[in-house]
Design a protein around this ligand. Sequence first.
Ligand code: LLP
Length: 437
Amino acid sequence: MLLGTQRVNARGHLEIDGCDAVDLARQFGTPLYVMDEATIRERCRAYLAAFRDRYAKFRLAYASKACLCAGICPLFEAEGLDMDVASGGELYTALQGGFPAARLVFHGNNKSEAELRLALEAGVGRIVVDNSLELERLEALAAERRAPIDILLRCTPGIDPHTHELVRTGQVDTKFGFDVNGCAALTAICRALQAPGLRLRGLHCHVGSQLLDTEAHEAATHVMVELLAAVRRQMGVVLEELNMGGGLGIRYREEDRPPSLDAFADALVHALQEALARHDFPAPTLIHEPGRALVGEAGTTLYTVGAIKEIPGLRTYVSVDGGLSDNPRPALYDARYEVLLANRAAVPPDTVVTIAGQHCETDTLFPDARLPALRPGDLLAVQSTGAYHFSMASNYNRYPRPAVVLVADGRADLLVRRETYTDLVRNDVMPERFRKG
Ligand code: LLP
C-alpha cells in the first residue's frame, strides 16, 4: 500500500514527494517522522471542498493534538483552516507558530485559570466550555474584562460510537461535556446565556475517533439539532454555530475502509439538513475539527533494523531503533499498520516477522509484518503515522525523541530537531547535598 505522494523510485527505494527515504534516514537519522506537505494540503482542501460543495456555511479547524509543532502551523493557516488547541502547551505552540489567535478554538476538560488567562490574553476566537467549574471561572474572568468572551458549550449527545474504548467520548459515561439527555446541557446553556460577560455562540460535541462509518456522527447531528431547537423553544435564542468535532477514520491497513470524504460529507450534511428541516431551524455554521483525517496518512516513520532473533518453529523478532516511546499506539489501542522495506521497496514480501521495539518490556510494534527477508541496517517505513505519534511520544528508557521533517517536492525541512542526551537531562536538578566535589 503506497499513500499520498509515495512511490518506489529507480533505486528501488521508497520515495515521499521526491525525497528518497534512504537519503532522509542518512541525513536526519532514525527513527524519523516524515510528514508529506502535499498530502496534508490535499486533505485540507478535499475536506473543505467536500463540505462546502454541499453546505456553504462550513468551517474547518485542525485538531492540533494529532501533530503539532511551530513549523506545521503555517500550512493550516495558508489553507484557511482554524485550529483546535486543547492545552496551554498546544495554545503556546500554535502562537509560536504564528497562527492567528482569533482562529484558535480552545478545548480541554480541566483548563486551569492560568490556561484560561493565557487564552484570553492571546485573544483566542472560541473557548469550548466543558463543565460548570470552567463556566464559573470564565464568569469571574469576564468580570475583569471589557470585551465579552466568545464560548461554545461542549455537550455529550449520548451516542456510543463503534471504536476503541479509549477514544470514545460521545457516550453518557464520559468525563467530557454537559450531558444532553440528563438536562445538564440545557441548564448550562441557560446559565451561559445569562452570564453578563459571556457570549454563547453555539454548541460543540465530539463523539469519538478513528470512526469507520458515519452512523455515530449522523445520530449525534440529530441530537444536537434537537438541542438547538429546545434552546430556541425554551429560551428564545437561536444559536448560530454547531461544532461536530472530529473523528473520521483513516487507512492504517490495506483492509481499512473509512468512508471517502464525499460519502462522509454526503451523510453528515444530509443528516443535518434533515434535522434542520424537521425543527424548521435556520442553518447554523457547521464546524468540523478533524485531526487524524488531515495528517494521519501524511506521516511515515522510518526505523533502522537492528538485532534479529529467530526462534525456530515459533517466530522471528526483528528489533528496530524505536518502539513504545515513539509509537505507544500498538500498546494502547492494539493499533496495526502497514510496514514496508524502504531500501528494497520493489522486492515482494516472502516472510512474516514480528517487529519489536527496543524498550525494556515486550513492546511489539507490528506483529506479523509481511516483508522480504531482513538484514541489520535495513530501513523500515511505517505507514499512516502522521497523527498521534510524534504528539504522543515520550522519553521512556530515556530515549531522545525523534526528529520530524516536512518533505515537499524533493526538499526536506526539519520541523523538530532530534532530542539529544543533553536535552534529556536539561531539567534534571541535582540537589546540593548530593553534589560531588
Ligand atoms: N475534537 C476533540 C474535542 C477531540 O477530543 C478530538 C480527539 C478531535 C477533535 C480530533 O479527533 P480526530 O479527528 O483526530 O479523530 N490518541 C488517540 C486519539 C485520541 C483523540 C482524542 N480527541 C489515537 O492515537 O488514536
